[in-house]
Design a protein around this ligand. Sequence first.
Ligand code: PLP
Length: 394
Amino acid sequence: MTPSIQLNALARNWALTPSATNPSVSAEAVLAFHTQVPGYNETPLHTLPDLASSLGLGHVLLKDESDRFGLPAFKILGASWAVYRAVCSRLNLGPATATSPDSSNKIIPFADIGAAAREKGIHIITLTEGNCGRAVARMAAGHLGLRTTVYVPSYMDALTRSKIRGEGAEVVEVAGSYDDVIPVALAAAAAEADNAIMVMDVGVEGCDEVPRYFVQGYGTMLAESDRQVLGVTGDRPTTHAVVPVGAGSIGEAVTAHFKSAARSTGTAHRPTKVIAVEPTTAACLFESLKAGKSVSVPTGDTIMCGMNCGTLSTTAWPVLRDGMDASVTITDLEAHDAVRELTARGIHAGPCGAATLAALKRLCEDHKKELDLDENSVVVLYCTEGTREYLMPS
Ligand SMILES: Cc1ncc(COP(=O)(O)O)c(C=O)c1O
C-alpha cells in the first residue's frame, strides 16, 4: 500500500514570526469586522466523547462550519474580509477596522462602499471549485452590489453553478482542471486592469495580497474555537488541530495561528500539532513535503471537491513547509465513511469536513506516539463544510 502519512519533524519546534511577507493582522479587527457582517453567527464546537474514548484520546472536538452566514462552508469568512479589504484598498477608503481595531471598531457601511465601487465600475473576478466562488459572489454581488464573474472548471456540476448564479454572479466555464482555470481568470482580470479586482484564495507569482486577506479572515473561526475549546475542556487548550487542504490557505491560517511565536512564548503547554488531510488524488502538500519543495500533481475526480487542487498557493507553502507536523492522504471511501459516522452522531458534514475525522483515525492506527496523541490530547477537527450531494464512492 502506498504510504499515506508524511511526518514533518522539522515543524515540531517551529514558530512563526510576523515579517514583511507575512504581516500579522489583529485577530480582533477581523472578528470585529465579521460580527458586523449581516447574519454573523458563531459556529458550534461539538464534543465527541465516545470517539475520544475509542481512540484513546482526551477530547475529540469538531468545529462545525456547515452554516456560516447561511452558507454551507467556512469560505465566506475569508471571502467577506478579502472583498472588503480589496475594494476599500482600490477606493483608497479606510482604514476602518482594516488592520487594527480603532476605538469604535466600526466598519465602513457596505452601502457606501458598494455605491463608490459601482461608480468606478469595479468588477470582481474570481475562480472556484465551488465554495469560494459562491462566498465571493455573496459578498461582492450580494452585499456590495458589484458585477461579479466566477470562472469555473468545465466539470463543475450544474447544481453548484446554479448556486453561484443564485448569488448574483455570472459563471464562465473553462476547459480543464482548477489549475487550468487560474491563468484564464488572471488574464481576464488583467485585460481590464483599472476596473477589475481579482479576488482569489490562492497565491500565484505576482498575486499574493488578496490570498493573504483570505487567510486573515479565517482567523475568526480560530478565535472562536480557541475560546470554545477552553470552555468544554476546563481550560485545556488545543493540542492537535486537523485541517483539510486544497490549495493550502486554510491550512496556512491554522498553522500560522497555532504556531505563532506570540502564542508559543510563555505557555507551559507543548506547541499545538497541526495535521493536514488531502484526497489521495490531489495530494499536492503531501508530495511537496516529501520533495522538500512545492510540486504540482495531476488531479483526478474526488468527492472532496474543495480540496481538488494540484498546486499549493505560493503564499501558503512556506508556512506549511515549516509548520505542518504531518500530512495524511485519504480515499473517497474513507471520507464517505467519516461522513456517515458523523451523520450517525447528528453532525451533518460534507466530505471535505469529514475528511478530518478519517485522517485522525488513520493517525491513531499507528502514528500516535510520534505525534503525542494520547489520553491528554485535545484534538480539534476543523470540519469545513456541511452536507452536500455527491456520487457515492465504491
Ligand atoms: C469545504 C472546503 N474545505 C477545504 C477547502 C480547502 O481550502 P484551501 O484551498 O484553502 O486549502 C476548501 C476549498 O475550497 C473547501 O471548499
